[in-house]
Ligand binder design. Structure first.
Ligand code: AMP
Length: 113
């Protein structure tokens, strides 16, 4: 699987503000935040896009969403709400081909394209 900048973050080869880590998942602040709270939650395993998720990854993806839920609670935004986004490929606006979930929060988010 092709490595990306996120592999370097996992290995601490480039800096990131890490907000959560366990054996399988890492979460860190987005370098170019689109909302007051913008965190990326990634599996340590390289899965390039949502299209590459296999049935055997189901538990891992579940853990990723549970990590997002935990972070939202820790950041104090669970009650007011937040948005979880997976961009996939060109039309989805994906730029980094290592699966990641954007957690966006801290203001009332718009829904327009
Ligand atoms: P996407 O467009 O869904 O692939 O999102 C990639 C995200 O990664 C963007 O929101 C970028 O701002 C973010 N990003 C890229 N490089 C870094 C980095 N070194 N540290 C933190 N976030 C990054």
């Amino acid at each position: 699987m092709q490595e990306t900048i996120f592999s370097k973050i996992i290995r601490r080869e480039i800096p990131a503000t890490i907000v959560y880590e366990d054996e399988e998942i890492l979460a860190f602040k987005d370098i170019n935040p689109k909302a007051p709270i913008h965190i990326l939650i990634i599996p340590k395993k390289i899965i390039p896009t949502v299209n590459d998720i296999e049935p055997s990854d189901a538990e891992l993806i579940g853990k990723l969403v549970l990590a997002a839920k935990k972070i939202a609670k820790e950041k104090g935004v669970a009650e007011n709400g937040y948005r979880l986004v997976f961009n996939c490929n060109k039309d989805g606006g994906q730029e980094v081909f290592h699966l990641h979930c954007h957690l966006l929060a801290g203001k009332k988010l718009k829904w327009e394209f």
